[in-house]
Design a protein. Structure first.
Lengths: 323, 281
């Protein structure tokens, strides 16, 4: 069952030198219970995509110029603010990248959870308090009663991210948007947090949109992966296909970039030459063309469309790597 | 657990304020004099067993007048600062959070208020409204609110962009909630410090205005009036101005200490500091 269906979403940035698309004609669908990974370099538009879905894009300079995002049969992008507020945090939860900054420094942990519960579920103060402790226990915070009375600075980064997850899950959302939830954490905590999200997801049949730059991380936790480059989706497939048979040269480059443990330290770590072009200097053809090792003459002129021939593995490339 | 020992300035400031309150409540009762009871044979008496703080130029008991005057001075100072805080904090939050033309318009109004010398502004307002305790309070509030608006605006500007505000929006919080539940607690610290300093300023400003005849009218005693009027008898009775000046100084000190301690107490990090200090001893 599709819970979230995004069609041709374009978000533009109004900048002094002109208007540039930062999310360019992105379509995706998210099914109940699955994890969809969105992978890309910094600045490829993946966070802006997530923010746009909930109308959180910083406006100005960002503005959604076209497209739709249907959630439970209503368009999130075309909705009065008061109605959207009742969806944010209740039906769609969100976890942010930096748990150090995403909690209010002068509010107790417990109060930050109960506030959301009382707002969305109309709970009484005492019921919300009990529920907050239950939620902290659910996300495996040790000694939840004591922690609920503490302030964010008294908690470690991992614990704070657990609190953020508790808040995001407090109203049993249908969709969880996780924007680089583990980037600020160290590797062992990363694994614990992702396992926690996976377990809770399995319990509740929740769909997760997991945004990250870490292809290795996503390969373990996502069912499907979308690769973004310069605002566009360039490849989408099941995780196994993306990792084992990448078709877009950029994806292939990303896969080859990942170092493996035990790899000979003297061996050459491959890289993708060049940098992402600035959004106002995108080439007229394929955005990746200047850095691409497989470019053809027409890559310079014609923007490749996502080929719909393979419904399970789509690529936007004129000269894809062979499967 | 709360401990007075953990926060010396809160304890000291609290003690001073409590003493003043006791003085205001019971001072006139224990002296046995009325504040406007004249005794022309005993003018400008030195402090003695009969008149604990001496008498003024009409032979009125200074102890009683200080106690009654404290009531008037305190009411004016505390309520003018309270009004200024409520108005200034609200305006500052709105200005800082919404930005754009709202901010521009509000800040230009603030600039106009700041452009007029404070005493002239207060004088003009009292002159328009007429003298009296209420009008004096309002005119002082009109002078003070801009300071809070400015400070709160700048703190709000930095918190507006914080991730926790974005997170609150993503969790469905309305603008009013963001302003008053998420951001407001973060501006409390600087506002408390400003407000406690402001009470001292208000007492002094009240004395200045009263001295110029725009404040509280005699025979109602205020500290400022006693301080200002006492200067005329500085050679004959130096205790008049000295007592009033010391009272103002101690009160201002008390509020400053209390505010300092309160800020530490309300700062969540301060809680941990206290814990650490207690557990290490």
């Amino acid at each position: 069952m599709t819970v979230l269906e995004v069609k041709a979403l374009t978000t533009v940035l109004h900048l002094p030198f002109g208007t540039v698309p930062v999310v360019n004609n992105v379509s995706l669908d998210l099914h109940a219970g699955e994890t969809l990974g969105i992978v890309g370099e910094s600045g490829c538009g993946k966070s802006m995509l997530a923010l746009s879905l909930l109308g959180l894009q910083p406006n100005p300079p960002a503005e959604i110029s076209s497209g739709s995002a249907h959630f439970e049969n209503v368009d999130l992008l075309d909705m009065p603010p008061a109605r959207l507020r009742r969806i944010r945090g209740k039906r769609i939860g969100m976890i942010f990248q930096d748990p150090m900054a995403a909690l209010n420094p002068v509010m107790k942990i417990g109060d930050q959870i109960t506030e959301v519960l009382r707002r969305h579920l109309d709970m009484s103060r005492s019921a919300a308090k009990r529920r907050a402790v239950d939620l902290l226990e659910l996300v495996r915070v040790p000694d939840p009663v004591r922690r609920a009375g503490e302030y964010p600075f008294q908690l470690s980064g991992g614990l704070r991210q657990r609190v953020m997850i508790a808040i995001a899950l407090s109203c049993n959302p249908a969709v969880l948007i996780a924007d680089e939830p583990t980037t600020a954490l160290d590797v062992t905590i990363q694994r614990q947090i992702l396992e926690l999200v996976r377990d809770l997801q399995a319990d509740r049949g929740m769909a997760v949109l997991h945004i990250t730059h870490d292809l290795g991380l996503i390969s373990e936790h996502a069912d499907r992966v979308m690769v973004m480059y310069a605002g566009r989706i360039i490849e989408q497939a099941t995780t196994v296909n993306i990792i084992d048979h990448p078709r877009h040269p950029y994806t292939a480059g990303l896969v080859n970039c990942a170092p493996a443990l035990g790899q000979n330290r003297n061996s050459h770590l491959s890289e993708i030459p060049g940098i992402v072009p600035p959004l106002n200097q995108l080439p007229p053809g394929c955005s990746f063309e200047p850095r691409c090792l497989r470019r053809l003459a027409r890559c310079r002129q014609v923007v490749p469309e996502l080929d719909r021939h393979h419904s399970r593995h789509v690529t936007a490339c004129h000269n894809p790597c062979s499967a | 657990m709360f401990s007075w020992r953990g926060n010396l300035s809160l304890a000291a400031g609290g003690t001073i304020i409590a003493t003043i309150v006791l003085f205001v409540l019971f001072g006139p009762l224990v002296s046995g004099y009325e504040f406007d009871q004249m005794d022309m044979r005993n003018r400008l008496q030195l402090p003695s067993a009969i008149h604990w703080l001496g008498t003024d130029n009409f032979g009125r008991d200074l102890w009683t007048r200080m106690a009654v005057g404290a009531r008037v001075s305190m009411v004016i100072a505390v309520s003018s600062v309270a009004i200024a805080v409520v108005v200034g904090v609200t305006v500052g939050l709105v200005s800082g959070y919404f930005g754009g033309w709202v901010d521009l318009a509000i800040m230009r109004v603030v600039d106009i208020f700041l452009g007029i010398p404070p005493i002239v502004l207060a004088l003009a307002i009292v002159a328009a409204l007429g003298p009296g305790v209420v009008n004096l309070t309002l005119s002082l509030a009109a002078v003070f609110w801009t300071e809070y608006a400015r400070v709160v605006r700048s703190v709000t500007l930095s918190h507006r962009e914080a991730d926790y505000v974005a997170a609150a929006v993503a969790l469905g919080a309305s603008k009013a909630r963001i302003l008053f539940i998420e951001i407001l607690p973060n501006v409390v610290g600087p506002v408390i410090v400003l407000a406690t300093l402001g009470i001292g300023t208000a007492i002094i400003a009240e004395s200045g205005l009263s001295f110029l005849g725009f404040g509280v009218e005699p025979p109602t005693p205020t500290w400022g009036w006693t301080l200002a009027y006492g200067t005329r008898y500085l050679r004959a009775a130096p205790w008049l101005s000295t007592v009033a000046g010391l009272a103002i100084m101690i009160t201002v000190l008390g509020f400053n200490l209390f505010g300092d301690g309160l800020r530490d107490y309300l700062d969540p990090r301060g809680v941990a500091r206290r814990y650490r200090r207690l557990s290490s001893t």
